[in-house]
Design a protein. Structure first.
Length: 344
């Protein structure tokens, strides 16, 4: 369902990339959704598309369909409700994108409540538990120590584009692409930008792109009152690609991520990346990005100044970025999912 949204979130983008690759295998699949799926999926001879009416009751309709059909496996890429509803009656595999709902960082109340209610039963009954990073896997095993480690597999992710243009810096843009919300740490990024020397701020603008999320009023007020900062709202895939291929620095000092697809997309294009040292972001970027403490505005500001003034450092990171991004592919993710389910 998330993959078929007009404006998919990170979970939707992950689902689209993973399912698209999985469907290329010779097995027979049923794709359950409440919206039109990509036409290429409908044209595959091994794929049956099942449309169920949308709304909260979609999860109950999906559970009812599963109980009547009894497929070999049900893979739930974004929600824990259906696996929790069917319990151990149907073999399920769940994808855990992050443990944000169980952490202290600010989070929207609805997903926090739903995940705290349904994730424990979903992972307890699941025959397979897939995590989008090693960091998320570790978070899950710490939170739920009764999960057998062998049932919990990190399957990672791939980039959103297969062969994008290489980054050619415009020498005037620091880009950050993320939904406006406290967890993405926009306010500290803006504060860090304001701490840069006047000469750098007069030369480089900070461009924020991403739709409105929650608790974002203070972020928007800070954008309005900070010279050199602009917010472009939700951007199209073409505009997303344009920012990543022209920015001088891609800044993503998020407080917590399950994976961090924008960071991977920036690395794939050879951009100079500044990101958080926490969780999956350090794992995804490794030594191909400059890592900062996301709760220390001075650390973010110092990192930005380093990248904007040290051309040899930028060049070294850009070279390593492409090599690091090459480790992550949807083919690898789909293979890990398929081999794990086949072995159970």
């Amino acid at each position: 369902r998330e993959a078929c949204r007009e404006r998919p979130t990170g979970k939707g983008v992950w689902t689209l990339g993973c399912i698209r690759q999985i469907l290329l295998s010779a097995d027979t699949y049923s794709v359950l959704s409440d919206a039109p799926v990509p036409r290429e999926w409908e044209e595959l001879p091994n794929v049956q598309v099942v449309r169920l009416r949308s709304g909260f009751l979609w999860h109950l309709r999906c559970a009812r369909w599963l109980l009547s059909v009894r497929p070999d496996w049900y893979l739930s890429p974004t929600s824990f409700l259906v696996p929790a509803f069917v319990g151990c009656t149907v073999r399920t595999a769940v994808v855990v994108h992050d443990l944000i709902a169980f952490r202290s960082e600010p989070h929207a109340w609805k997903p926090r409540v739903l995940e705290r209610l349904f994730l424990p039963r979903a992972v307890r009954c699941a025959g397979g538990v897939f995590c989008v990073s090693g960091a998320t896997r570790q978070d899950l095993l710490v939170r739920f120590p009764r999960i057998h480690p062998e049932r919990c597999v990190a399957v990672y992710a791939g980039p959103t584009a297969s062969a994008p243009r290489f980054n050619v810096p415009d020498n005037c843009t620091i880009a950050c692409i993320a939904t406006l919300c406290p967890r993405k740490n926009h306010m500290r990024l803006i504060e860090a930008y304001a701490l840069l020397p006047d000469a750098l701020r007069s030369r480089f603008r900070l461009v924020l792109a991403g739709g409105r999320g929650w608790q974002d009023a203070d972020i928007l007020r800070m954008v309005e009152c900070t010279e050199g900062v602009e917010w472009r709202g939700y951007v199209s895939p073409d505009a997303y690609d344009a920012l990543l291929t022209t920015c001088t620095v891609f800044a993503y000092p998020s407080l917590y991520e399950g994976f961090g697809l924008p960071v991977l997309d920036a690395l794939q294009r050879g951009a100079a990346v500044l990101t958080s040292s926490r969780g999956s972001l350090g794992e995804v970027a490794d030594d191909a990005a400059l890592l900062v403490d996301p709760e220390d505005t001075q650390s973010i500001a110092h990192g930005l100044e380093q990248l904007l003034t040290d051309a040899p450092m930028r060049d070294a990171l850009r070279e390593r970025a492409v090599q690091q991004a090459a480790h992550y592919t949807w083919k690898r993710t789909a293979s890990l999912v398929h081999s794990t389910l086949s072995a159970v």
